[in-house]
Ligand binder design. Structure first.
Ligand SMILES: [Zn+2]
Length: 197
């Protein structure tokens, strides 16, 4: 195809159901004419505000507060920083390797289910959540900790947990739900279907 034809295609012929077509052409032009499918997918991800919004919220809800509570990092508004000082190259390498190992081991154990929460399109309703919390007297059904128990803040908040995970076909029915504190929930992990009630 000649350049004129490409321009004409973009201006007149491209029928769009989404932004993918111009985005792909743009990324290809920017990267000198060719890119891998993975690079194209990454370029689309960068523009997908719904994914960015999802992960921003997720990061703020979970890993940031947990790591902050352990003194690993600080958050100042939108800026997240490790609380350790400047790392030597050896330290940097060691920490990167350790994190990489942890990620790989977890993924080996859990498979692609690691990301399945991303596709949770059917969250537990507020009324079901309320019923489950009421049934458990607003306590963790494993360790018994309750919101407002002094000295146990690092185990909280309470979560409404799926006994059989959603990724394994577990339902949002009240019989498949239990209340766990954050600490017990983290200890439980996805492969364990124990009903702690
Ligand atoms: Zn607990």
């Amino acid at each position: 195809m000649e350049t004129d034809q490409l321009i004409q295609f973009i201006e007149q012929k491209m029928s769009m159901q989404h932004i993918y077509q111009p985005l792909l052409i743009k990324v290809l032009v920017e990267s000198g004419g060719s890119a891998t499918v993975r690079q194209l997918a990454q370029a689309i991800l960068e523009l997908d505000e719904s994914q960015i919004g999802y992960y921003s919220k997720r990061i703020k809800d979970m890993p940031v507060p947990v790591l902050k509570r352990h003194g690993v990092l600080d958050r100042d508004g939108d800026l997240v920083s490790l609380s350790v000082g400047k790392l030597s190259s050896d330290e940097r390498y060691r920490i990167l390797m350790l994190c990489e190992q942890k990620i790989r081991a977890f993924m080996l154990e859990n498979g692609k289910d690691v990301w399945s929460a991303r596709y949770e399109s059917d969250p537990v309703s507020l009324s079901t959540r309320y019923e489950v919390l009421k049934r458990a007297n607003k306590r963790c059904e494993l360790c018994g900790v309750s919101e407002g128990d002094e000295g146990y803040e690092d185990r909280l908040p309470l979560h409404v947990d799926h006994i059989v995970p959603r990724s394994k076909g577990g339902s949002n029915e009240i019989d498949n739900l239990q209340v766990l504190c954050m600490a017990c929930n983290l200890g439980k992990s996805n492969r364990d279907d124990t009903d702690f009630r």
